[in-house]
Each structure stands twice: as structure tokens, then as C-alpha cells.
Design a protein around this ligand. Structure first.
Ligand code: SF4
Length: 265
């Protein structure tokens, strides 16, 4: 079984165990006290915790199925969202407390997010798509100011920015190189894309995906052959494939335009 998935299942099990222990405690108190009002309050707590346990079990099972089958059926959307909102933060908390590798959980979160986003309508006009790159992809010795305008890159071949820039130009998608989360949020607010393809490390991507909840974000992990945050790279082939799956074909464009006109009549 995938290492990240196994880790996730362990954390989900721990969460269920903690809630289960609380339910048993409440049941004990429920039996111990005879005052009617207290019993009613405790009954409500027991019902709430049991409901949460059922939902968490469903969310964990659905995330497991989605990951294994690489598909998100529409009925899975709510439990997958719930799992991502509840189980993943708890898994990160436990991993931090146990001093375990949090990136494993973040990477799983990004994978599930991508499955979830890609299960929806991701095909857009090229100029509604934004490619967001981290500044650490730029060669550390390059003096070109690309965070203001990626067109300042002269594609000298010393880093992957040049190749990504050429690809963005060829496909007609927006490209921004940002220094961090705040700059990324500002770039999204300025450009108002309908979908974002973002490259970053596990931590920045997981935070970015959680922060930008109103626009779908597909994440691609960077590679760090020189350690974190310096002279990182990205797989251009993966970016190209993702972009191709997001850009509407001319036929779809014609069909979509026809539908819009028909709807406007
Ligand atoms: S490819 Fe562009 S960003 Fe990278 S080192 Fe060359 S000029 Fe600088």
C-alpha cells in the first residue's frame, strides 16, 4: 500500500479512537448520573460524537477509494471535502506532535485535491488559466527581475523558468512568478483566473490550496535537488500534460460559444 495512504489511514484511525473513547466516557457518565437534564445533555453529546464518527469513517473510506481508483464520483464530493477539512489537519497535528514527516500528509492532501478538482469542469479558455511558479525555480545567480514580469526572463537555459515561460506563451495562459503565499494571493486577486496550476513545495502548496477556496487550484510539486528553496526545478512534461487537460480545444470553444449565445437569446 502507498506509504502516504497508510500514514493517513493510521491518523484517521487515531482520530476515530479518540472520539470513540470520548463517546465511551460520556456513556459511562450517562449511566452514572440519574438527573434527567444531565442525561439529556449527555445523550445529545453522544449522538453528536457518533454522527461525527460515522461521517469521519465515511470520509476516510471515500478518500481511500478515491486515492486507489484515481476517481472522484459526484456522490463522493461531500465526504472527500469533509475528510480534507477534518482528517488532514488532525493528521498534520499528530504528525507534528510525534515529530513525523508532515510532507507525506501534505503530499497526499495535494494528490486528493487534484483528483477532486480534476473530477470537475476544469477545461477553460487559455487566458482564464494561471500558471503560478515559485521564485525558487529561478537560478540563484540570475539577476533578471522576473517576479514583476516573467517576460524579463531571456530563457538562457540555466533554470526551468525559461522553458515554462515559453510553454505558457505557446499555450496562451497567464504566468506569474511569486515570492510567497501573500504574493500568490495578490497575483490571483489581480489576474482573476478561473483556475490555477500552481508549482511549489508540499507546505506552500497545501497552505495555498487551503487558502484559495473560491478558485480551483491544481498543485504540482517542485523538485529540490539542491535542498529547499534554492535552484528548485519542475517536471515540464507534467506541467504540459496538466495544462493540456485544462485548455479547451477549438471545437469545445465553438460549442461553448454556441451554448452561450443560445442561452443569451
Ligand atoms: S532561464 Fe530565465 S530566469 Fe532562469 S536563469 Fe535564465 S534568464 Fe534567469
Amino acid at each position: 500500500m502507498d506509504k502516504r495512504l497508510r500514514g493517513f489511514l493510521i491518523y484517521a484511525f487515531i482520530l476515530l479512537l479518540v472520539i470513540g473513547i470520548i463517546v465511551v466516557l460520556f456513556m459511562y457518565v450517562h449511566d452514572f448520573f440519574s438527573i434527567d437534564l444531565y442525561n439529556r445533555i449527555i445523550s445529545v453529546f453522544i449522538a453528536v460524537f457518533i454522527t461525527v464518527m460515522v461521517l469521519l469513517t465515511a470520509a476516510t473510506a471515500v478518500i481511500f477509494i478515491a486515492f486507489r481508483t484515481r476517481k472522484v464520483h459526484p456522490v463522493m464530493i461531500f465526504p472527500v471535502r469533509l475528510g480534507m477539512k477534518l482528517v488532514i489537519p488532525f493528521a498534520l497535528f499528530v504528525a507534528g506532535a510525534l515529530k513525523k514527516d508532515k510532507d507525506m500528509i501534505r503530499s497526499l492532501f495535494i494528490d486528493i485535491n487534484n483528483l477532486f478538482v480534476e473530477a470537475g469542469d476544469i477545461r477553460k479558455e487559455p487566458d482564464k488559466i494561471m500558471l503560478l511558479l515559485p521564485h525558487c525555480l529561478q537560478n540563484s545567480e540570475c539577476s533578471r527581475k522576473i517576479t514583476g514580469d516573467a517576460a524579463n526572463c531571456i530563457n538562457c537555459g540555466r533554470c526551468t523558468i525559461g522553458a515554462v515561460r515559453e510553454m505558457a506563451k505557446e499555450k496562451g495562459v497567464k504566468l506569474r512568478v511569486v515570492t510567497g503565499g501573500t504574493a500568490a494571493r495578490k497575483a490571483i486577486a489581480d489576474e482573476k483566473p478561473e483556475i490555477v496550476l500552481s508549482v511549489a513545495c508540499e507546505r506552500d502548496l497545501a497552505i495555498g490550496i487551503s487558502d484559495v477556496s473560491n478558485i480551483p487550484v491544481i498543485g504540482v510539486l517542485n523538485k529540490r535537488p539542491n535542498g529547499p528553496c534554492v535552484n528548485t526545478t519542475v517536471d515540464i512534461g507534467v506541467l504540459r500534460d496538466k495544462l493540456d487537460s485544462m485548455i479547451r480545444s477549438p471545437e469545445e470553444e465553438a460549442e461553448y460559444g454556441g451554448c452561450s449565445e443560445a442561452a443569451g437569446r
